[in-house]
Design a protein around this ligand. Structure first.
Ligand SMILES: [Zn+2]
Length: 260
């Protein structure tokens, strides 16, 4: 089934197979968008809760985002284990537990991203807080806090390779949009894949703007609490701007291999 055909099918046919195929397609598209826009590089990953089973999530097998196609997407349970007997845990991402712990802790979440986006990394090791300065980034909330694995787990590789560490990270996220990971990257989560990609792009733009503004010297003007609240309120139920952005990012992405 071609990508476009799968989408059309999902719109009229609500069978489990059709919904699963549509979710895999959208997640593969998100991988290509995030790679193309510089959010994901060789490493990092994005997932979506399985629309046919809330106790599972869909994620690519161990593969760089720029190379992911819908057929590379596999199901993983909320302990981080592969669901299908044909898929070995060794072929999954080491840090898949990040996703498992967040879906376990937050039933409201539908999509999760873990990335090492270069623009955000300085804020994970600096005392300068990551707070919104550009309007779009208001959607991220008042501040993304920094999770430091060393506080609880001592000297490690900084990688999140088991559920105990992942649950500690999920505790840091709490009810927020995400959390910076000291010396490592970021995790952000949303209520849909499209929303998540938007958050990631807003995060990147905000990080670049904030870094550049601070390099200019002088004082930095952050969005106020009231502005952040006003933006969140204005976004409720509005999908047209999100669709417009998604279609733009998708038009720029390389979808080679999708119809093979
Ligand atoms: Zn990582």
């Amino acid at each position: 089934v071609s990508a476009q055909a799968a989408l059309r099918l999902a719109q009229v046919d609500l069978s489990e197979d059709a919904r699963l195929a549509a979710a895999k397609l959208e997640l593969a598209q998100a991988n290509r968008i995030l790679a193309n826009e510089g959010i994901l590089d060789a490493l990092g990953h994005v997932s979506v809760r399985d629309p046919t089973n809330p106790n599972r999530f869909l994620i690519s097998r161990q593969l760089s985002a720029a190379l992911v196609t819908p057929k590379d997407i596999v199901a993983v349970d909320l302990n981080g284990d592969a669901v299908s007997p044909e898929v070995q845990n060794q072929s999954l991402f080491w840090e898949r537990f990040i996703h498992a712990a967040l879906y376990q802790k937050r039933p409201d979440l539908v999509a999760v991203l873990h990335s090492h986006t270069p623009s955000i990394l300085p804020f994970s090791v600096s005392s300068t807080p990551f707070r919104p300065v550009v309007h779009n980034a208001a959607i991220l909330g008042e501040e993304l806090r920094v999770w430091d694995m060393r506080k609880k787990f001592g000297d490690t590789t900084l990688l999140v390779t088991n559920m105990a560490v992942a649950q500690d990270l999920a505790d840091c996220v709490g009810s927020d949009t995400g959390c910076l990971m000291r010396g490592h990257g970021v995790v952000i989560a949303a209520r849909s894949v499209k929303e998540l990609v938007w958050y990631a792009m807003a995060m990147d733009l905000n990080a670049k703007t904030l870094t550049t503004a601070q390099a200019l010297g002088g004082t930095t003007t952050y969005l106020s609490k009231g502005e952040i609240a006003a933006f969140a309120k204005a976004q409720q139920g509005v999908t047209s701007a999100l669709e417009r952005q998604w279609n733009y990012w998708l038009s720029r992405a390389d979808l080679a291999g999708f119809n093979e």
